[in-house]
Design a protein around this ligand. Structure first.
Ligand code: SF4
Ligand code: SF4
Length: 408
């Protein structure tokens, strides 16, 4: 549903925040409250500010806008709230309100939104980042956006020895019908930042079936998160049409799969698109969810300690928790780390908007990974992988960070 503007949008926000009874359960669970113990970073503080704004008690100034932007949209507050107050949704609505009021979001988000709407620009960015990695100038790219290349072959050589490399992939039959058409969703983050992991995903999917590769467009999460809802709807409609002939659409990025699964909700009041959007959302599966469903078994069991960082958009966003762990238990010696489902501080552009806070959130994650004594930390989201790579470097490379498709 296209969000209303002005007063109507404020009323929608009011309806949600009125469910908050200010109990404070959300304070200790918010990853930001853990590093910046001030009320306004917590869900309760944010809801109070939203309430004051909609009731006319405060002005919609820069301070309020900053509070609204300083949210990981991780959903931890919502899962722990006794009233299930959707603070993450309130923050997205507030961002839309500010963007509408100012004639669009800030310059930076407009540029990012434009790049991510354009496939040629994505391919060019992927090429530039690839070149930077090749000539080893990664350290000059801020926020870990050109991470060092850690490939599946490095992993196998290092932990499995040459014998593992020679092992050929087993031929598998999917338990889905033989005519089921399976497509891969090319996520911008995977394509630009971790093309080698994306290639591993495609290779794994091709051991199961002939996977369809479609020139899809961005899932729209960066747009809807920053008040660019018209762009979001435009992208969503394109993807719905592009995947019309696929039965299952698999994504190896938790943020993409979560957003695409929720597209139906955005079209619930649109008679023209509702049915197509519902059909589309039902086709979406995260990579680990799909692989477990079809009975995929990892190609090797290596004698390596592996732990899992659960992306917010995978666990809380889709309820996919068991599947990646099940795959990793077959791939190596799995160890569950403490607070595996706590946000790593990445969250789209949050780690570039608030690098100090994001790094403080990440430090807690790094200590939990190190305490687990795992040699590899695995995840299923490119933004988390950027953060985990930074954590590995900061800790003196006691562990490596990898995408799930590189270890299974
Ligand atoms: S836990 Fe929920 S009801 Fe309690 S203060 Fe936080 S948002 Fe409000
Ligand atoms: S969504 Fe996450 S970062 Fe934002 S208020 Fe809730 S717990 Fe805190």
């Amino acid at each position: 549903m296209i969000k209303p503007k002005g007063e109507k949008l404020l009323n929608e926000i009011k309806e949600i925040v009125s469910q908050c009874d200010r109990c404070g359960t959300c304070l200790p669970v918010c990853p930001l409250f853990g590093v910046k113990d001030i009320e306004k970073v917590s869900a309760r503080g944010k809801n109070n500010i939203a309430r004051a704004l909609v009731e006319g008690g405060i002005e919609a100034d820069g301070q309020v806008s900053d509070t609204v932007n300083m949210c990981l949209l991780c959903g931890t507050c919502v899962s722990n709230c006794p009233n299930k107050v959707k603070t993450d949704e309130v923050m997205m609505n507030m961002r839309q309100y500010f963007a509408d009021k100012k004639g669009g979001p800030g310059f930076k988000y407009k540029i990012i939104g434009k790049i991510l709407k354009d496939r040629t620009a994505i391919k060019m960015s992927a090429g530039s980042l690839g070149l930077i990695k090749k000539v080893k100038l990664n350290r000059f790219v801020p926020y870990g956006m050109a991470p060092h290349k850690v490939t599946r072959d490095d992993y196998l050589k290092h932990f499995g020895g040459p014998a593992a490399l020679k092992g050929s992939a087993l031929t598998r039959e999917t338990t889905l019908d033989k005519d089921t058409k399976i497509a891969y969703f090319r996520g911008c983050g995977m394509e630009m930042l971790f093309p080698e992991a994306a290639a591993d995903t495609i290779r794994i999917l091709n051991t199961l079936t002939k996977v369809q590769l479609i020139d899809n467009v961005c899932c729209g999460l960066p747009h809807i998160s920053h008040g660019l809802q018209n762009d979001f709807f435009e992208l969503a409609k394109k993807n719905i049409q592009l995947f019309e002939n696929a039965d299952v659409v698999v994504s190896d990025c938790a943020s993409c799969s979560s957003t695409l699964k929720h597209i139906a909700a955005y079209f619930a009041d649109d008679p023209k698109w509702r049915e197509a959007a519902e059909n589309f959302s039902k086709k979406i599966m995260s990579l680990s969810e799909f692989l477990v469903k079809v009975g995929y078994k990892p190609e090797h069991h290596l004698d390596v300690k592996i732990t899992f960082h659960e992306p917010c958009h995978l666990g809380r966003g889709q309820g996919v928790k068991k599947q990646p762990r099940e795959l990793l238990k077959s791939a190596g010696n799995y160890i569950e780390m403490n607070e595996a489902d706590v946000c790593c501080g990445g969250s789209g552009t949050f780690h570039t908007d608030y690098p100090e806070i994001a790094n403080a959130v990440l430090d807690k994650k790094r200590l939990n990974i190190e305490a687990s004594q795992a040699q590899i930390v695995v995840t299923e989201c490119p933004i988390c992988l950027i953060q985990l790579n930074k954590a590995a470097q900061k800790g003196g490379n006691k562990f490596q960070a990898m995408h799930i498709s590189q270890v299974i």
